[in-house]
Design a protein around this ligand. Structure first.
Ligand SMILES: [Zn+2]
Ligand SMILES: [Zn+2]
Length: 145
């Protein structure tokens, strides 16, 4: 019962009330996850560019499985995934611009924006979880050997 708050960064949800939210948003785990998230999005633009130049992996898109996993030279992202990723990259860019404009932005504007975005994402939660996991696995596979 009650509504639940889905934290985009931590990939988890909890019962939505002021106390829980405050506790969560100031928690070490959340702050760490948030940093990881921003690292991931620094890579997202690069991943997006790379994925867009690949041909789709037919096997993966048809069966949901591919033996090559994240090493596959074809893209495992559907058109929708790519659209979402590109929306996220743009959103990230916008929030950086807001931060750079500094004084003109009322404090909390970015948090508001992230919260709205988290709500939007929770509507398509399963999809976005899949995308996040996919993006993470790509980010990991991009680490230098
Ligand atoms: Zn969190
Ligand atoms: Zn594949």
């Amino acid at each position: 019962m009650g509504k639940r708050y889905f934290c985009d960064y931590c990939d988890r949800s909890f019962q939505d009330n002021l106390h829980n939210r405050k506790k969560h948003l100031n928690g070490v785990q959340h702050l760490r996850a948030k940093r990881v998230w921003y690292d991931l999005f620094r890579d997202a633009a690069a991943i997006l560019q790379e994925e867009q130049t690949k041909k789709p992996c037919r096997k993966f898109l048809q069966t949901g499985q591919c033996d090559f996993g994240s090493n596959c030279r074809f893209s495992h992202m559907t058109e929708q995934d790519l659209e979402k990723l590109s929306a996220q990259v743009q959103g990230e860019r916008r929030s950086k611009e807001l931060q750079q404009e500094g004084a003109d932005v009322p404090p909390g504007a970015i948090e508001d924006w992230l919260e709205k975005r988290a709500k939007r994402l929770s509507a398509a939660q399963s999809n976005s979880e899949r995308l996040i996991k996919l993006a993470r696995s790509i980010a990991v596979s991009r680490q230098p050997q």
